[in-house]
Design a protein around this ligand. Structure first.
Ligand SMILES: [Mg+2]
Length: 366
């Protein structure tokens, strides 16, 4: 039983968000494997995931795994609009909503859900309302902490609901592989594996002091809290991000200069990654910042402000390419060891802001 006045967290996550919007808007796609994004896979429907297709995967690999998949271009405007509608349902369901991304949020329902039955009913009603009003499937997990709620929704996917009561927490979390725990990255998992610590239960048995010794102070405290379902940062309204960025180390110190093709390719991938992150978080940006590190470790930062805000990779890439072209003499002289792309000057699209967004041009290269 959930205890009165304690936190009860509901984690709500749209299933295969971009792909589900495409299936909603085009009935001929329903029940079929759908891949969103012609280059890197931005989203894959559950029918495509069955063949091993995952978001972030290269498009050609995805098509090899699932040749019968329908590949559709992304429509960010439609996703932003769907996200607004989904969050409107979240906001009226719970007094405190913490967005994790454009399609995923924690809801604090402690004041409403003092019994297991009430928690279950709120989760089911949320699923029904999003399905009826927005036409999208969501999965809901409920628990005493964010980690329990998140892992519960992950276990219930797709189109499911799972309530983990405080009494069930240990039995639910402890058998999980530690690398599957939300918030445990590959580097942390590797350090734990090196000590033969494989499951959440094994890690939970170590004291906080021992974990700090293995992982360092901050990571040790974090993992101790995760594995013991201790809430370090309760559900809270979001602080808006100030930038979205990605970088690539080119691992070629002082070597031959990067060929123009290689640099173009790196920039195209970075623009894709940054635009995908912005779209997922529901932000558009206007100023593109290119950061370069040369073979002699000197650095240069250049920026360009677009005429309008954008959520598409093409205008970001075009600006980055123009900035890189201006730096070409230095690149050719000294070689390049790192290229970073950041977009700043952001606006939150979930707040109902109507913008003249810079249009999507044909997929570009430099
Ligand atoms: Mg999702």
């Amino acid at each position: 039983m959930f205890v009165s006045r304690s936190q009860v967290v509901l984690h709500a996550d749209v299933d295969a968000f971009f792909a589900s919007v495409e299936q909603r808007d085009d009935p001929s796609l329903r029940g079929r494997p759908v891949i969103v994004g012609g280059g890197v896979v931005m989203a894959a429907s559950y029918e495509a995931r069955r063949f091993g297709v995952r978001s972030g995967m290269g498009g050609s690999r995805a098509r090899r795994l699932c040749p019968q998949a329908v590949v559709v271009a992304s429509r960010f405007g439609a996703y932003v609009e769907a996200s607004r509608a989904v969050f409107a349902v979240f906001e009226r369901t719970a007094p405190v909503v913490e967005a994790v991304s454009i399609e995923e949020a924690f809801l604090e329902i402690g004041a409403l859900a003092r019994t297991n039955g009430a928690a279950h009913a709120i989760g089911q009603r949320l699923r029904d309302e999003v399905r009826d009003e927005v036409g999208l499937p969501i999965t809901v997990g409920v628990g005493r902490t964010k980690i329990v709620a998140k892992m519960a929704s992950r276990a219930a996917k797709p189109d499911g609901l799972l309530v983990i009561t405080p009494a069930q927490e240990r039995a639910f979390l402890h058998p999980l592989a530690v690398e599957d725990l939300w918030g445990v990255g590959p580097a942390t998992a590797k350090k734990l594996h090196a000590r033969d610590l494989r499951t959440v239960g094994q890690v939970a048995q170590l004291g906080e002091a021992a974990l700090k010794q293995i992982l360092g102070k901050a990571a040790g405290r974090h993992v101790h809290a995760l594995t013991n379902a201790i809430e370090l940062r309760p559900v809270q309204p979001n602080r808006p991000p100030r930038s979205f960025g990605a970088q690539r180390s080119l691992g070629r110190a002082r070597g031959a200069p990067l060929s123009p093709d290689e640099l173009d390719d790196a920039l195209a991938r970075l623009a894709d990654r940054v635009a995908t992150r912005m779209a997922k978080a529901g932000y558009a940006g206007r100023t593109v910042v290119l950061r370069l590190r040369f073979g002699d470790y000197s650095r240069a930062t250049r920026s360009h402000t677009l005429p309008d805000h954008t959520i598409a990779p093409e205008p970001i890439l075009a600006a980055a390419c123009a900035l890189a072209a201006a730096a070409r003499p230095a690149i050719e002289r000294q070689g390049l060891t790192l290229v970073g792309l950041t977009v700043i000057n952001l606006v939150d699209l979930s707040g109902g802001t109507q913008l003249e967004l810079t249009g999507v041009q044909p997929p570009g290269r430099c």
